[in-house]
Write a protein that binds this ligand. Sequence first.
Ligand code: ATP
Ligand code: MG
Length: 398
Amino acid sequence: MKKVIIIKYGELTLKKNNKNFFLKSLKDNVNKILASINHEICYDFGRMFVYVEESDIIEVVNLLEKVFGIHEIVVGYISDDLEINSIKKQILYLVNEKEFKTFKVETKRSDKTYPINSMDVNKIVATEILKNVLDKSVDIHFPDLTIHVEIRNKEVLYYFDGLKGLGGYPVGTLGKGLLMLSGGIDSPVAGFLTIKKGVRIEAIYFESPPHTSEKAKNKVIELSRKLSFYNGVVKLHVINFTEIQETILKNIPHDYLITIMRRMMYRISAIIAARGRCNVIVNGESIGQVASQTLSSMKAINEVVKLPVIRPLACLDKIEIMDIARKIGTYDISTLPYEDCCTIFVPKHPVINPVIDKCREFEELIPFDELIYEAIKNHEVISIDHNEPKKEKYQDLL
Ligand code: ATP
Ligand code: MG
């Protein structure tokens, strides 16, 4: 018998034709997150096995809890001795170390040619425990201990309770998206939920120095770092938005400031997305949260891009969003009090139902193509992972 970490896949098993690709990606992602730990992985369509030193098991399980595409993580035992008397002996040995009064045995037989069916294995094993261990009884509804026995083609697995994994799909199996990442509470959560569905993200942040500070930017870098636990390295595009915002402020009627500003953000995001082969733009908009997130505002803003815009938070309440932010560790960073570029230019009475024709009319008043060209030409890209950020200037032209 060998100790092993067993990974159960969950929803993956529904993806018939892509199964191989999904499992290979999951293996790669697990390999990456365990890069600094001596480990070995093997897998088939049913289960993935991770072998590590006994002393690394807790750390590895903690890391696996951050990997999408995993439904359950269990620490168990694997043996290639499938003979029923050996199974009895091995289980007796394992339960001896456990404290419990009531138990049940749950056998799964993926090898249907095994000569004893699951119900009978349950009975045989339970009888053996009752015979050999004092003061135990069977309770099939609320047992203190559930003993899982999985009989497979060449091996048998034993395990007790498991830990719930994050679910979702392995990152990277569903392409790439560009996350509009502000320093707020919502957008990191939107990013997390999108990564969960197998989409790898790049991020884009609009800053307005000197109206926004280096601290506000660092906040976005730290949020990206949190997301990089789930995503792998996050490529963060930082766009200097000052010139565009000041031009809008000078030339556009104030009730339309936010609408036009967001149309500019969307246009720039679409260009950066196309360059990075991102199929979608992702953001943290939630219906009704602020004036720019009414349905008619979303329509007026969305109109300037062809790419689909994914809004994972569209139908969540702020309280639900905050709960997720706390769970993924972004809440405390998001609530640091540094200003965002939108908050600086908020007009007193933003239009709640903007008219698309008016947006187009107002945009004639500013040279927006040139402004966008300049902002993209000079933008900065930062690669963020769990270590220090690496800076590089992005100089190629449109
Ligand atoms: P957040 O949702 O991050 O808390 P918010 O609630 O203030 O920001 P808005 O300002 O209306 O909401 O922005 C809605 C969405 O637009 C954000 O969730 C984010 O995806 C995107 N966004 C807003 N400001 C920026 C920015 N400076 N850089 C990048 N994306 C932004
Ligand atoms: Mg918001």
